[in-house]
Design a binder for this molecule. Structure first.
Ligand SMILES: C[S@@+](CC[C@H](N)C(=O)[O-])C[C@H]1O[C@@H](n2cnc3c(N)ncnc32)[C@H](O)[C@@H]1O
Length: 302
């Protein structure tokens, strides 16, 4: 797995990757599903040998503990703790367990945590890890594509009904916006029940720049439609520029995202694998924490 982290750092630290570029396609559902299925197979054979489910968990950009603590403090300060907390692109990270532990320490209802990923194998691993760690399953596990706003809002509605939660009030995102950002731009197709739907621009004619949405703009739009005004979106990213577009001029995607989200806080944290004691002269590597807030004057939530 160290190789995978190296791949990630090398591929994502500044160089744009994706289908238009050589290398791993971090925006591809197929890539992630194959990767998590391979992890599941490895865990299974380790279990057969040692009765230990070792290696099922892998965290991109470290644990994200500092960001998680900061998000929960904001939820308390902003009275945003009665809704769903989405752990988007949950993968096989420990973050879902970290959120549950923190919720239980505070006496909050951990059924309101929704681990969400578009790779079914990732969701299966996440369930298995929760059961191994706590002896039961309390958080929710949902397969959904964050770039498909219609199915995302349907899945969220189901989770809201199941838990009596008040819409989405917090989102935890550890390197998922990063992965999405490596994909191709998308074109808005028109509204489906009041929400825009999108198609990737891999094929077909290129639309005018104003109609071409970067994947992170689509993510911001779709999350903005399911999040309650005032909700928080906490992001850990390798990029210091991940949300610069919220302060820039641009096409429709930029404008919609700006109407929905503002960056409240941004700070750097030293990357966990940045330096070892022997490398004291090596430059520090930083990751970036963001806390965004869903604007109150944006679209009505669905
Ligand atoms: C870089 S990994 C981060 C995983 C995890 N958050 C962590 O910190 O280890 C990106 C994750 O986002 C998921 N993902 C990427 N694009 C997605 C999309 N459009 N919808 C849902 N999940 C997506 C991938 O399956 C993968 O689990």
């Amino acid at each position: 797995m160290a190789q995978a982290q190296d791949d990630h750092d090398a591929a994502l630290s500044g160089r744009r990757q994706g289908p238009l570029f050589k290398g791993t396609d971090y925006s591809s559902q197929d890539y992630w599903e194959r990767r998590f299925a391979a992890t599941a197979a490895m865990v299974k054979s380790a279990e057969q040998r040692t009765s230990e489910a070792d290696g099922a968990e892998f965290d991109w950009l470290g644990s994200g503990d500092e960001l998680m603590d900061s998000l929960m403090a904001q939820m308390v300060a902003g009275s945003m703790r009665d809704g769903l907390t989405l752990n988007i692109g949950s993968g096989s990270s420990r973050a879902g367990r970290g959120l549950r532990r923190r919720f239980e320490e505070k006496g909050w209802d951990s059924r309101q945590i929704v681990n969400l990923d578009y790779a079914p194998a990732a969701i299966a691993l996440s369930r298995m890890s929760e059961e191994n760690c706590f002896g039961d399953l309390k958080t929710q596990h949902v397969v959904a594509d964050l770039l498909d706003g219609f199915s995302l809002s349907q899945e969220i509605s189901t989770s809201v009904t199941r838990t009596n939660a008040q819409q989405v009030t917090a989102i935890f995102d550890k390197s998922t916006a990063d992965a999405l950002s490596t994909g191709p731009n998308l074109r808005a197709l028109g509204t489906k029940t009041g929400m825009l739907s999108f198609v990737a621009e891999r094929n077909g004619p290129r639309p005018a720049a104003a109609e071409s949405w970067a994947p992170v703009e689509v993510l911001a739009y779709n999350l903005g439609r399911v999040a309650r005004p005032g909700a928080f979106w906490a992001v850990l990213s390798y990029s210091a520029q991940r949300f610069d577009f919220l302060e820039a001029s641009g096409g429709r995607g930029v404008k919609e995202a700006q109407r929905l989200w503002e960056v409240m806080k941004k700070w750097a944290v030293e990357a966990p694998s940045g330096r070892s004691l022997q490398d004291t002269h090596a430059p520090a590597v930083y990751h970036w924490c963001y806390i965004l807030r869903r604007r109150c004057n944006g679209h009505d939530h669905t």
